[in-house]
Structures are given as structure tokens and as C-alpha cells.
Design a protein around this ligand. Sequence first.
Ligand code: ADP
Ligand code: MG
Length: 381
Amino acid sequence: MSSKDGFRATFGYEPTGTWVAPGRVNLIGEHTDYNEGFVLPFAIDRSTTVALSSRGDSLVRVASAFADELVELPLAELAPDRLAGWSAYPLGVAWALGEHGADLSALPGVDLYIESTVPVGAGLSSSAAIESAVAVALDETWELGLDRRALARVGQLAENKAVGAPTGIMDQSASLLGLEDHGVFLDCRSLESQVVELGFRAAGLEVLVIDTKVSHSHATGGYAARRASCEAGARILEVSALRDVTVDDLARAQRLLDDETFRRVRHVVTENQRVLDTVAVLRSEGPLAIGELLDASHTSMRDDFEISVPELDLAVVTARENGAIGARMTGGGFGGAAIALAPREAIEQIAAAVRAAFASRDYAEPATFTVTAADGAHRLR
Ligand code: ADP
Ligand code: MG
């Protein structure tokens, strides 16, 4: 059912507009965001759609194909501690727009219906897709005139405060700033971003996502521990963030840090360099030359940052053995998905080989599907 049909069925009248925002895949740059470093995600051809209409009163009502409930609240009563569950994402965005200057006590209420083709919890950021779709829909409806960077901060604020997830700004930036066949090269310190041509289509390449279905069960504790190691490393090396440590500084870092902290730092420092190298190689030689950087990123996450799991390692190795030019786990780690960059004609063989390898080890059946780099959030009609 489309979001328009869902809107009609839920609210009994026609929506005035429909907005869409994509999920994202991170091509390279993992655990670099909170170290004020670099990331290179791209928006994908799976997205969340929001059908919306203004109301005559000040009520905001949200419904989703994802959940069997209608949640409603007066706009002026939106506050992080009043929000919970899935509706904290869309309602949190409305609240966060208030924090960015929207006068929620004067604006008209809205009815919102949400529908999505971004799988939830597969590492493709269904959360940023819903935040960004609601953000562009409300920004236009309420005539707020916020730019894309501000809307990315709105989504992040909603996720940090209303949902309570301590995430960075990468996902929202990709969803709002993405462009067909381009990556979004983001400096997480200055928040400056540039789109970088990927050239996958012309090179005959596709990106295969392999969702291991392994849940991020250690994710919360592991994520916090990795952040703490990075902060400890930065403190001992006397920099405000690991962004300020370069590959040339690593010999000195090794003398000053214990082995585990050193390896955590080495991942972040080399990963930042790999993002810069990937952007440079894409511009100079094109996408066929970035495979080694993707592979090196995975090795660094497996051995130095220690956030991979056997299923992700198997997916990556199998993809490479079956024709991928590069492969790596993507996302926060401890489960989730891997990506393989491969010639179009090798994709099916890789997916079949990964499924067979998983079956032979009695791992749960992975989901495999291709994604292409797509446009960021926009109005549909
Ligand atoms: P992901 O990796 O997919 O971003 P998150 O845990 O960050 O995983 O976000 C997933 C959550 O976002 C869901 O549990 C749900 O609360 C919310 N969400 C995502 N898509 C939708 C949707 N279409 N409708 C309602 N809520 C959604
Ligand atoms: Mg998310």
C-alpha cells in the first residue's frame, strides 16, 4: 500500500503532499564520525515516504504501515519525555523543528502517514529515512525555509533527544544530501560536505548488501566501549579528537598507549586516511581502483577495532573469492550487514556463494540485495 493509500485509509481524506527520503549505505569511514573524522556514505534506492496534510487545529497525528496504532498529541505538548516507541522518530522531528525556530504554539497541526521500503535494523538507517522524510515534509508545509544541513541537525537532535540514541549526523546527511551515483563526503568536524561521483554505473559495478541478520546484541556496550577507548587515546595523545592524529603519528602513539587502545586508535586514524584516499582515487582513477581500500577497512575493523563477527567475515571473504573487487562490513558492527562492490554480472554468483557458505556453517540465512546510489530527500507530488 502506498503512503497515499495508507493516509486515505487511516484518516479518511486526501493528503496534500508526499515526500520521500532514502536510507543509506556507508561506503567507507566506520567509527570515524564521533572522532570528528571523515565518512563517505551514499543515499540508496530504498526510501521512506510520508503523506501529509495540514489540520485546522493544533493536533499532530502519526500513523505508519510499520505499526498498528495512531499516535496523537497537541503540537505544543511535544517534548522528549512525552515521546516513546516508533512515533518518537516523526514526533521527535516535529519537536526538534521547534528547537530550530519553528513556533509550535502557532503552527497548524498535521496528519502524517509513513510507509517505507528501508528494512528496519539492517544497517541501512531506516531511522534517518523516516526523520529526513518528516523533516522535509514539515519544513515545506510549515514554510520554515531550513536548509538541508539544518534539517540534518534536526533529525540528529530528534534521534539523540527524543529517541535517546547517541548517533552522529552521517545518516541524516546522506539521506538529505545524496545524489544519484554520488557519495556524500562529509567532514564530521566542520560538517562541510561535498558530493563525489562514484561512477559505479558507467564502470558496470553494483553494490550488494549482505544482511547477516545477526542482531547487534553487543552493540550498545561495544559501541560505548569503543567510544571510551577513542576518548582515552585522544586524551593521552593530547588532541581534542582522534581526527588530529595522522598515520605518521602512529609510531609515537604506539609508545604512549597500551596495546588495545593503540589498536583502536590505529583503526580510526587509518580509516580516516582511507576515506580521504577513496575520494582521491574515485576522482583520479575511478571506482575500479577502490577495492583494496574497502578490503583494508574490513581488516582494520576485524583486527584492530574488533567489531566484526564470524558471519560478517565469512560474507566478506566469500564475496571476494567470487568476484567482488572489494568488500567490508558496514555500520556499527557486532552484526548487521556487509557490502560487496562487484561487476554487475558477478552479483548473482556472489549472493549464491554467500548463501551456500552460510548454510554450510549453519548460520541463519542472510538477506542479499543490491542498492544503487540515489537522490536524497525530495517532494514526490
Ligand atoms: P536502522 O538501522 O534501520 O536505522 P534503528 O534502530 O536506528 O535501525 O531504527 C529503527 C527504528 O526506526 C524502528 O524500530 C522504528 O521505531 C523506527 N522506524 C523505522 N522505519 C519506520 C517506519 N516506516 N514506520 C515507523 N517507524 C519506523
Ligand atoms: Mg538508525
